[in-house]
Design a protein around this ligand. Structure first.
Ligand code: GLN
Length: 197
């Protein structure tokens, strides 16, 4: 099957996600008929097998999801969702910030900006469940953590402050930015999880 992957393009690091998915698809042997494109409307979303929700400012992305009539369509989306950083905040069921209208696609509580001001951004080598055993070099930028993962949410990686990678059915969410850098193992694992092999 040809893969059609949408990247929610309302705010945040959109082009990095497009490039990372194109690289992952190329490494998996997909040809030029596979597409990675920007999603701004419910009609765009209908074209996708998978959706990436990028990092950025979760309060802003949340407002724009509502404004563009995408809240219910994303909630009802049948494909997989690959969510990073602000995207992870939006996937949660509980966020202690009333400006975020969470999609409630993963039963979990997320704490925004959980690493504090002194550590706005840092990098760490993480062990991640399901990868080949080699650590993943993760870049955290004003990152959230999951403070509670409900039943059905699988924890893939944690650090001292909390959980930083989770999976539920076809969806994956990360506190960090796997789209920055050339390591596409998490993208490839996500695509395999939704039947793009
Ligand atoms: N701190 C941001 C938020 O909660 C997320 C930061 C990011 O996506 N890099 O919206």
């Amino acid at each position: 099957m040809d893969a059609r992957i949408g990247v929610l393009a309302l705010q945040g690091n959109v082009s990095e996600h497009i490039d990372a998915f194109l690289l992952a698809l190329e490494r998996m042997g997909y040809g030029p008929s596979s597409e990675v494109f920007e999603v701004r409307s419910p009609a765009d979303l209908e074209e996708c097998h998978a959706l990436a929700i990028p990092g950025g400012e979760s309060t802003t992305i949340s407002r724009l999801i509502d404004k563009n009539g995408l809240f219910e369509p994303i909630r009802e989306f049948k494909g997989g969702i690959f969510a990073t950083c602000a995207g992870m905040v939006l996937m949660a069921s509980e966020v202690a910030d009333p400006r975020v209208h969470p999609l409630c696609l993963m039963d979990m509580t997320v704490d925004r900006n959980a690493f504090g001001r002194q550590r706005e951004s840092f990098e760490a080598d993480l062990a991640i469940e399901g990868l080949d055993g080699r650590p993943f070099h993760a870049i955290f930028i004003r990152a959230p953590v999951v403070t509670r993962a409900g039943p059905g949410v699988t924890v893939l990686s944690s650090v001292d402050q909390g959980i930083v990678a989770v999976k539920k059915g076809p969806h994956m969410a990360f506190s960090f930015h796997p789209e920055l850098g050339e390591d596409t193992r998490l993208h490839e694992q996500f695509l395999k999880g939704i039947g793009i092999t």
